[in-house]
Unconditional design. Structure first.
Length: 258
């Protein structure tokens, strides 16, 4: 049985990390299953948005500590670390929008994967944090670099230096997530967000994501030139003219992704 379950609801594919006995800890087989699941939803043109969540009490409670403890540096670097970096970067630049429904603990690698997901919706039972320092480690799946690009540096350092857990409200307040919702309505509210995004042009969303990802790594002058070129590509697409025509004709647009 795969540790990643895939379900579909209209244009939304939900990937559920299903290792509740380990609080959905990430290990090498789970990373490989994630890649296989992303291959599947990437190839399916009917899927416009990907929703991530966890089974049981956790979203992802972190890495497999016993596995980490069994490795020396070079083996970790060339196996687990390389695999998980490749996975999180793939999620970060994935052409389809991604949403997280965080149902419980999202610690260590659980917070690090959130930093690579586009939109993060938290249950009021969610707990986030980067507690690696408590084990004599620090975040090693991209967390040190993504968090300092998303949060004020002093807040990012405090989260990593203390290893303290943040409540859902605290995580939103510092900018780690979008909003908190009651636990019982988490999936319905996350699905509503996914469906709203799925109603937009998938081609325009893809080009918008590429503009944001690439532009974030460029100086402003280069990023502005990149944006100018990308919006030109959008205006070559039928969806842009469908959207404008629908507005002028006072009707809902019908986007085809072309």
């Amino acid at each position: 049985m795969s540790p990643i379950d895939i379900t579909r609801d209209g244009a939304v594919a939900t990937l559920t990390i299903n290792r509740p006995e380990t609080l959905n800890a990430i290990d090498v087989p789970t990373i490989k299953a994630f890649h296989a699941a992303l291959d599947e939803v990437e190839a399916d043109d009917s899927v416009r948005v990907v929703l991530f969540t966890g089974a049981g009490r956790a979203f992802i409670a972190g890495g497999d500590i016993a596995d980490l403890n069994s490795r020396q540096g070079l083996a970790h670097y060339s196996e687990f670390a390389e695999d998980i970096h490749r996975l999180f970067r793939r999620i970060e630049i994935f052409d389809k929008p991604t949403v997280a429904a965080v149902n419980g603990f999202a610690l260590g690698g659980g917070t690090e994967i959130l930093l690579a997901i586009d939109i993060r919706i938290l249950s009021d039972k969610a707990r986030l944090g980067l507690p690696e320092i408590n084990l004599g480690l620090f975040p090693g799946a991209g967390g040190t670099q993504r968090i300092i690009r998303q949060l004020p540096l002093c807040r990012a350092k405090e989260i990593m230096f203390t290893g303290d857990m943040l409540s859902a409200d605290e995580a939103v307040a510092v900018g780690l997530a979008n909003r908190v919702v009651p636990h019982d309505t988490l999936m319905s509210e996350a699905m509503a967000t996914c469906e709203k995004i799925a109603s937009k042009s998938p081609l325009t969303l893809k080009l918008l994501k590429r503009t944001l990802v690439a532009g974030g790594d460029m100086p402003l002058a280069a990023a502005l030139a990149h944006e100018q070129a990308m919006i030109g590509l959008v205006l070559d697409a039928a969806d842009a003219h469908e959207g404008c025509s629908a507005f002028l004709e006072k009707r809902a647009p019908s986007f085809k992704g072309v």
